[in-house]
Design a binder for this molecule. Sequence first.
Ligand code: F0G
Length: 460
Amino acid sequence: MKPTRRSWAEPFKIKVVEPVKMTTHEQRRRAIAEAGYNTFLLRSEDVYIDLLTDSGTSAMSDRQWAGMMIGDEAYAGSRNFYHLEEVVKAYYGYRYLIPTHQGRGAEHIISRVLIKPGDVIPGNMYFTTTRLHQELAGGRFVDVIIPEAHDPASLHPFKGNVDLDRLESVIREHGPQKIPYVSLAATVNMAGGQPISLENLRKVREITARHGIRIILDATRLAENAYFIQQREPGQQERPIAEIAREICSLTDGCTMSAKKDALANIGGFLAVNDPEIYDEARNLVVVFEGLHTYGGMAGRDMEAVARGIEEAFQDDHIRARVGQVLYLGEKLREWGIPIVMPIGGHGVFLDAKAFLPHLPQEVYPAQALAAAIYEDSGVRAMERGIVSAGRNRETGEENKPKLELVRLTIPRRVYTQAHMDVVAESVLAVYEERERVRGLRMVYEPRYLRFFQARFEQL
Ligand code: F0G
């Protein structure tokens, strides 16, 4: 039969390959038990298709690798810093750049600069490291995302949006003096890679401007958010994603950035701001915690890779293929009736573990158990994004119980082929067909901070 539509493919071809190891079911059963049923504790050698994260796992281009060779490893004033600064100004538009070793370095610094003990930071859903740095600085995160974001089945096109009434009431309740900034992510990782709309952001800007409150953007996956705006928001179809991204930044006062995602680099990050006083204080702190203000914990070659990566990240063809691959996997799972977060997000497909494993209550960590089961089935490594990731309430010590109990199949950029996606989908289907056999878990080791990274479990 003739195809009814024209296919498209990735705008690159493959020049270098990295062989992966195949394992047996028995080897994987042992490996995941030894890892305490935590996919973070597996050796990557034992993983066949690694969908743990899209962070630092991208394939760099030949242009980025060439840039690595012209790394200027001077302690101070590396030419790669100046290139990065130029690129950040061009694509994000902020006046001042403070390089950091990765995203959480920037989160640490901005939290220390802006947050006083007792402050409240409203945001469109928490992110693990972002919230922890806000708390360590003495602040308290308050979720002001729209309620649809907590419902995996809601088809709202912009589930990253802020609930404007809720934001207003948080400001009324605490007073603007207690709110150093609104913390906005584009896209929202924990909601399933969901975007915020330009319209909503403009309104958040109006409200915050009225009260003299700043907006700090988490720009980690800004290019993907801009792509969804181009695809879904009325009147945005003709604009290049780079232009949409610039407009998003222009509606905020600064950003933290993990260059390990959008920017196609294996390590790196930055803080960027417009206010010279905040810049001055951040530049003082960066030398304490990260490195001199012209490298911030990155090698010169890393800064070059990030600068070149940003230039590639905002190309429409790239981002269409990147998000397109995620949609390919998600649509396949959905056709087979597997419960996933809808709409499909920008950086991964999120399995709804509550619906997938209805026999397991949240207390026995269904998403953690499901990620382990998928690994055991096929060697595909995913990540828990549910009650384990949500950690404990810092005041009461009780477990936070998020509405979303998810397993994230995160797609690295430019790394895997469509055939890999087929293997992943078939493995998820195989586990789904035998889902009653997946057993719950008991936590036997719990770290104090960001417990999901290192916690250990036993099967019940
Ligand atoms: N903000 C968001 C939205 C992130 O997804 C991450 C990291 C960070 C900040 C922190 O950046 O890792 O460079 O320090 N997310 C990774 C993930 C770890 O797998 O989602 P970092």
